[in-house]
Design a protein around this ligand. Structure first.
Ligand SMILES: [Zn+2]
Length: 1046
C-alpha cells in the first residue's frame, strides 16, 4: 500500500481514527519553532512490518490462544478492563496477533471524540469513570471487590485451557486471602468461629439510623461468606444524631467532645465500654477536630506561572498532608509506601469530574523498611464481611466489638485479641499493634496456604551466543553470583539451577556426588524436554561446590563459540518447565534479538525514521508468545526477570512481556561492553549485587480494598490480574511500584473519611507465609478548594505517566501526548473557574500544583514520549516500562532530575547523620541559564548522575575534589570521585553517597566536560530549555494559557 494512500486518509481534517486530531497541539501554536516532524503518515510504516507468528509446533502456537483466551485464567489488565471497561481506548489492548495492530484496533473502536481541531474534543482521560458501572455485575460497583464476578473464579475442575499435556496452573494464589476469593469455605478453614445471628451485637439505636441501609445492603452483595446477619443493624452511622460523623469514628470521640453522642449508642445488653481513663488519646483518634480550614491557605495561593520563575522548592517536594485530625494523621501510612493523587477525597464523582484531576493510588508495597512490626498470632482479625484486616482506623464500639472502616460491619473482637503482646496486658484491644500501626506484617497460619510454602528457587538462564560472549557480561554474572552465593535470600531448602542457550539449550546436572557439573545439550528446540529433571535444580547447600565449579568454568566454556543464533523462546519454555513444580524466579540474560524457534523476532525498527516519524509504531508486541508464556509462568508461580544487554534492537516491546505479566522486572544495559564501557560494567555489577541479595517474596498475591463507595478499576505495574482485582505476583521485590485508578461510585456524603488497605500475601525466602498490610485513611471533602488543596502533584504526575504509556500503546503516541497536555489544561481551567474567587490575568495554578505544567512538559520530553528527537525504539519502550513499574520516588527523579551547584558546598544547613555531615545545596531549575562556567553542577537523574564541569571552574574544586590540576586535565571518561583528604572532597563525596543511598540501584556518575559527548545526555534533561523539537517551559506555559482561556 502506498504512503499516499494513507496520507489521503490521514490528511488534515480527514482523520478517520478514533484519536482525535492528528496534529499535536504542541506542534501547532507558536510558529517557527522548528518542530515538526514532517508529514509522514501515521501508519506509513506498518505494512511491511508484519512479524512472523511463531510457527513452531510447540505448545505455544498462537492459534488456540487467539481463539478463546479463557477469561478466568488469562485475565490481563486489559481484559479485566473489558469486564469493567473504564477508559475505552486507553486500555492496553488484550492479546494481539502479530503484526501491526494500531489501525485495526482503532478502526474497530467507534470514534469517541470528534476530530475537529478545537480543544474540547482532544484526548483527555475521563478520570475514574468506568462507563458501565451501572450495568456491570455487582462486583463492579462494589468498593471492596471482595468477590470476583460470577464465573470468573478459576475453577480447578474445569477442563484445562492449556490443552493436552499441560498442567493447569495451580491458581492457588487466586483462592487465597488477602481476600477470600473463591472459597466461602474460609469460614471453616479460618480460625474464626462464626456465631449465631443473635450473637452479633447491634447498636441499640440502629432503628433511627438514616435510611442508608439500602446502600449498605448492596455493599454486601456478592460478598463471600455467610451474609452478615442483621446487616441493617450493623449499619453505618451509629451516632444517630450526627449522621455526618463517619461511622468509623462515631464512637471513638471522647465524651468530652461536643460531637459525642450523649448516650453510648450500643445495645444496653452489652457492658458499656469504659473509656480507658488513662489513655483517652490513644482510644480516640477522632474527627471531632476535623477542620478543613486548618489546611494552609498557602497551598491554594494563586501563582501566576508566567511571572513566577522560581517555583521549585529548595529541597525535595513533599506530599500534601491529608486534613485529618493530628491523632489520626499520625497513625496514617507512610506516603512513600501508599499515597493518593488526592489527599482529600471528593464526595462525589461529579465533583471529581469537575476538578479534572485523576484519582488513584500509588503503592510501593514491599519497600525495604527499617522498622516493620511483625505479629505472630493464630488469629488474624479481619472483617467478616469484606475481609479487611483490623487496622488503626476501625472503631471499637466496646471492648468486644469493632466496626470495619471499609464496610461498616460490626465484628466481634476475638478473645485472643484482648491480650496485648506488646504491653502484656489484657483488655485493651485498641492498643494491639495491629490497631496502632498502619503498616504491619503477619506471620500467616496454615489457612493462608494451599500448599506448603515453596522454597526459594533461582534459575539463571544465560545467553552464551557469540554476541553474548563478545559483550563479556558472562564473567560479571558468574563472578557476582560467586561473590553473593551465600547472600541469596533463602534457607536450607534453597534451590538453584542454570540453563545456557545459543542455537541449542544446555542444561547442567549438578547432582550431589558428581565430581563435576555435567552439561546436557538439547538440540531439538521445537519440542523442549527436560533431561534428568531431578538433578537440574539442586539444593544450594548440598551442591554448593558443584555450583561454584560451574560458575568458575562457564565463562571459559563458550569463549571460542561461533554460534550466533539465539533460541530464547525455547530456553524460556525450558525454564518454565523446570520451575513449574515449585515456582520460583528465572533470571534471564539476553544480548540479541531471538532468532530461532518459538518467539523468534525480526527487527521492526528503521533507524532512519527514529526522529522523523511523528507517531511511533511497534510499541506493542510483535507476537503474543512472550505474554502467553508469562501467563503460564504466573499460573505456576514463576516470575521471569529480564536483563537485556545489547546495543542492537532487541524488540523489548515483545520480550518485555515475559516479565511484565509474570511480575518480573526488566533491566536494560543498552551499551554494555566489558572493555568499551566501564561505567556500564560498574552499574551492571552494582545492580546485580542488589538484585541477587535484595529481599524477595514468592507466590504472592496483592489485593487493594477501599471503603464502600469507591471503586478501583485500572492497575499499573508488572503483574497479572486474576479474578477481577487480585494481583498475581509470582515474585514480589522491594523495588516494584504499582498504581491504580479509582472512581467514586456512590455519594460519600455521610462520610468524613475513607480508608484504603493493601494486603500483600507472600512466602518469604525462609519459607514463611506472611501478610503485609498497609492502611491509609483520607478525609472526604465537598468543595473544589479542598480537593485542590489535597492535590499531590507528584502522585498525579506518576499516575498520568502510567496512563499515558497505556494510551501510547492502545492508541498512539501523539494521542498520549495530547492527553498529557490536556490534563494540565483541564485542571488549571477547573481551578480558575471553580476555586479562584478573584480572576487575575496570567496562567494561574494553585501553589500545590505549580509544578504540574513543568512535570507534564518533562514527561513530554522523556524518552518514552518525546518526538522529533532520534530515540531508539528499545530505549523508548524501556522508559515506558520504567514509568509503569518504578516506585514514585525513583520515578520523579527520572522525570524531573534534581540539579545542584556543588563547587561551593558548605556545611551550612547540612544534614547531620551519625558521624556524617551531608551538605544540602539548593535544587536548581533545569535550565542552562542556571549553569555557569565558573561552577560545577551535579544532576541527579535517578539511574544516572552527571557532574558538569564549567570551563572556568575554580582550580580549587578541580584539584581538591577531582584531583586534577586544570580543566584540560579532566579525563574524557571519568566516573569516580577520587578519595582525597580535603574538606571539599569529603563534602562532595558525602553528598553524592547520600543521594545514592536513597535508591536501590546504583546510579553511575558521569563527569562531563563542556565538550564531552555525554553533554547531550546531560542537556536533554534540561527540560526548561527549548530544543529543536520541543518547546521551552515558557513557551509551553504560553501554550497552556492559550488553551485554558478558550
Ligand atoms: Zn468490612
Amino acid at each position: 500500500m502506498s504512503t499516499t494512500g494513507y496520507n489521503s486518509q490521514n490528511g488534515a481534517g480527514g482523520q478517520p481514527y478514533a484519536n482525535g486530531p492528528s496534529q499535536n497541539p504542541l506542534l501547532v501554536p507558536p510558529s517557527g519553532l522548528g518542530f515538526n516532524t514532517g508529514t509522514q503518515s501515521l501508519y506509513s510504516n506498518q505494512m511491511p512490518a508484519k512479524a512472523p507468528l511463531s510457527t513452531g509446533p510447540g505448545p505455544y502456537n498462537p492459534g488456540p490462544y487467539q481463539m478463546t483466551p479463557p477469561v478466568s485464567s488469562y485475565q490481563d489488565p486489559g481484559q479485566a478492563a473489558l469486564a469493567r471497561p473504564p477508559m475505552g481506548p486507553v486500555q492496553p489492548a488484550p492479546f494481539r496477533p502479530a503484526g501491526p495492530v494500531a489501525p485495526q484496533s482503532q478502526n474497530s473502536t467507534p470514534p469517541p471524540m470528534s476530530s475537529t481541531a478545537s480543544y474540547a474534543p482532544q484526548p483527555t482521560w475521563p478520570y475514574g469513570v468506568p462507563p458501565v458501572s451501572v450495568s456491570s455485575p455487582p462486583v463492579a460497583t462494589m468498593g471492596n471487590h471482595v468477590t470476583p464476578a460470577p464465573g470468573s473464579v478459576p475453577n480447578r475442575h474445569s477442563p484445562s485451557p492449556y490443552g493436552a499435556g499441560h498442567t493447569p496452573p495451580l491458581h492457588h494464589g487466586a483462592s487465597l486471602p488477602p481476600g477470600p476469593v473463591s472459597l466461602p469455605a474460609s469460614s471453616t478453614s479460618s480460625s474464626y468461629t462464626y456465631q449465631g445471628v443473635g450473637q452479633v451485637p447491634m447498636p441499640g439505636d440502629a432503628s433511627q439510623v438514616p435510611n442508608s441501609f439500602d446502600h449498605l445492603e448492596m455493599g454486601t452483595k456478592g460478598m463471600v461468606g455467610p451474609p452478615p446477619p442483621q446487616t441493617g443493624l450493623a449499619g453505618r452511622p451509629t451516632g444517630q444524631s450526627y449522621p455526618s460523623l463517619p461511622p468509623g469514628y462515631a464512637n471513638m470521640v471522647p465524651s468530652a467532645s461536643p460531637l459525642q453522642s450523649p448516650k453510648p449508642p450500643y445495645s444496653p445488653a452489652h457492658q458499656p465500654y469504659q473509656q480507658p481513663q488513662a489513655n483517652p488519646a490513644q482510644l480516640s483518634p477522632s474527627l471531632a477536630a476535623l477542620s478543613l480550614q486548618s489546611q494552609s491557605p498557602e497551598v491554594l495561593r494563586a501563582v501566576n506561572l508566567l511571572q513566577e520563575r522560581n517555583i521549585l522548592p529548595p529541597g525535595p517536594v513533599t506530599p500534601p498532608t491529608p486534613c485529618l485530625p493530628q491523632d489520626l494523621q499520625k497513625l496514617n501510612c507512610n506516603p512513600e509506601v501508599f499515597r493518593s493523587t488526592l489527599a482529600n477525597i471528593p464526595q462525589t464523582q461529579s465533583l471529581l469530574n469537575k476538578a479534572k484531576l485523576p484519582l488513584g493510588l500509588l503503592l510501593h508495597p514491599f519497600k525495604d523498611l527499617s522498622q516493620l512490626p511483625v505479629v505472630t498470632s493464630s488469629t488474624i482479625v479481619r472483617c467478616r464481611s469484606c475481609r479487611t484486616y483490623i487496622n488503626p482506623f476501625v472503631s471499637f464500639l466496646d471492648q468486644r466489638r469493632w466496626k470495619c472502616n471499609l464496610c461498616y460491619r460490626v465484628n466481634d473482637v476475638p478473645e485472643e485479641f484482648m491480650y496485648n503482646p506488646v504491653s502484656r496486658s489484657y483488655g485493651e484491644p485498641h492498643k494491639r499493634p495491629e490497631v496502632q500501626n498502619p503498616t504491619i506484617e503477619f506471620i500467616a497460619p496454615s489457612e493462608y496456604m494451599l500448599r506448603p510454602p515453596q522454597p526459594a528457587v533461582y534459575l539463571f538462564v544465560l545467553d552464551v551466543s557469540h554476541n553474548a560472549v563478545e559483550t563479556g557480561y558472562l564473567d560479571v554474572v558468574c563472578q557476582s553470583l560467586l561473590d553473593n552465593l551465600s547472600s541469596l535470600p533463602g534457607d536450607t531448602r534453597t534451590k538453584i539451577g542454570f540453563i545456557t542457550f545459543d542455537s541449542t539449550i544446555h542444561f547442567y546436572n549438578l547432582q550431589e556426588g558428581l565430581s563435576q557439573p555435567q552439561m546436557l545439550i538439547v538440540s531439538d528446540i521445537d519440542d523442549i524436554f527436560i533431561p534428568t529433571p531431578d538433578s537440574l535444580l539442586v539444593n544450594l547447600n548440598d551442591c554448593k561446590e558443584l555450583v561454584q565449579d560451574l560458575l568458575k568454568g562457564l565463562p571459559q566454556m563458550f569463549k571460542k563459540t561461533m554460534e550466533t543464533q539465539s533460541a530464547l523462546g525455547p530456553a524460556l519454555q525450558a525454564a518454565f518447565k523446570l520451575l513449574s513444580p515449585t515456582g520460583g524466579r528465572a533470571s534471564v540474560f539476553q544480548t540479541q534479538l531471538p532468532t530461532l524457534g518459538v518467539g523468534a523476532l525480526k527487527s521492526r525498527e528503521d533507524p532512519n525514521q527514529r526522529a522523523s516519524l511523528k507517531d511511533i509504531q511497534h510499541l506493542s508486541p510483535a507476537t503474543d508468545f512472550y505474554k502467553k508464556l508469562a501467563l503460564d509462568c504466573s499460573g505456576q508461580q514463576v516470575a521471569v526477570d529480564l536483563f537485556l544487554l545489547s546495543g542492537q534492537y532487541c524488540d523489548l516491546a515483545s520480550l518485555g512481556c515475559i516479565s511484565r505479566y509474570s511480575a518480573g522486572s526488566v533491566h536494560y544495559y543498552p551499551s554494555y561492553h566489558h572493555q568499551h564501557n566501564l561505567a556500564e560494567v560498574e552499574r551492571f555489577q552494582k545492580d546485580l549485587k542488589r538484585y541477587l541479595t535484595r529481599k524477595i517474596g514468592f507466590e504472592a498475591v496483592m489485593r487493594i480494598r477501599c471503603t464502600k463507595g469507591l471503586s478501583i478499576h485500572t492497575f499499573h505495574g508488572n503483574f497479572f490480574v486474576r479474578s477481577t482485582d487480585l494481583l498475581s505476583l509470582p515474585n514480589v521485590n522491594p523495588d516494584a511500584g504499582f498504581a491504580v485508578q479509582m472512581s467514586i461510585e456512590e455519594n460519600l456524603m455521610d462520610l468524613q473519611a475513607v480508608s484504603f488497605q493493601a494486603a500483600l500475601l507472600y512466602t518469604s525466602s525462609k519459607g514463611e507465609r506472611r501478610i503485609r498490610v498497609h492502611t491509609m485513611c483520607l478525609p472526604v471533602v465537598n468543595s473544589m478548594a479542598d480537593i485542590f488543596a489535597g492535590a499531590d502533584v507528584q502522585a498525579i504526575t506518576g499516575l498520568l505517566a502510567s496512563m499515558a504509556v497505556d494510551r501510547s500503546v492502545s492508541a498512539s503516541l501523539s494521542d498520549a501526548r495530547d492527553a498529557l497536555t490536556n490534563a494540565a489544561v483541564d485542571s488549571l481551567s477547573a481551578y480558575r473557574s471553580s476555586v479562584l474567587t478573584v480572576q487575575q490575568p496570567g496562567l494561574l495554578a494553585p501553589s500545590c500544583l505549580r509544578l504540574f505544567p513543568l512535570y507534564i512538559l518533562a514527561l513530554l520530553k522523556q524518552k518514552a514520549f518525546r518526538t522529533g528527537t532520534s530515540t531508539r525504539l528499545d530505549d523508548r519502550v524501556f522508559a515506558m516500562f520504567q514509568l509503569k513499574y518504578q516506585p514514585l520516588s525513583y520515578l520523579m527523579l527520572m522525570i524531573h532530575p534534581a540539579l545542584y551547584r556543588v563547587d561551593d558546598l558548605t556545611d551550612e544547613g547540612a544534614l547531620n547523620l551519625t558521624e556524617r555531615t551531608i551538605p544540602q545545596p539548593k535544587v536548581l531549575q533545569l535550565s542552562v541559564e542556571k549553569l555557569n562556567r565558573e561552577g560545577a553542577f551535579l544532576m541527579d537523574a535517578g539511574s544516572a548522575m552527571f557532574l558538569w564541569i564549567g570551563r572556568n571552574c575554580s582550580l580549587s574544586f578541580l584539584s581538591q575534589v577531582l584531583g586534577v590540576p586544570s580543566y584540560a586535565a579532566v579525563p574524557q571518561s571519568m566516573n569516580q570521585l577520587p578519595e582525597l583528604d580535603t574538606a571539599e572532597s569529603v563534602r562532595t563525596r558525602a553528598f553524592v553517597g547520600w543521594l545514592r543511598e536513597q535508591r536501590p540501584f546504583f546510579p553511575v556518575l558521569h563527569i562531563v566536560r563542556e565538550e564531552s559527548q555525554l553533554k547531550v545526555a546531560f542537556m536533554q534533561n534540561m527540560v526548561e530549555d527549548r530544543t529543536e523539537s520541543a518547546l521551552s517551559y515558557y513557551e509551553y506555559l504560553l501554550h497552556l494559557q492559550q488553551q485554558t482561556s478558550k
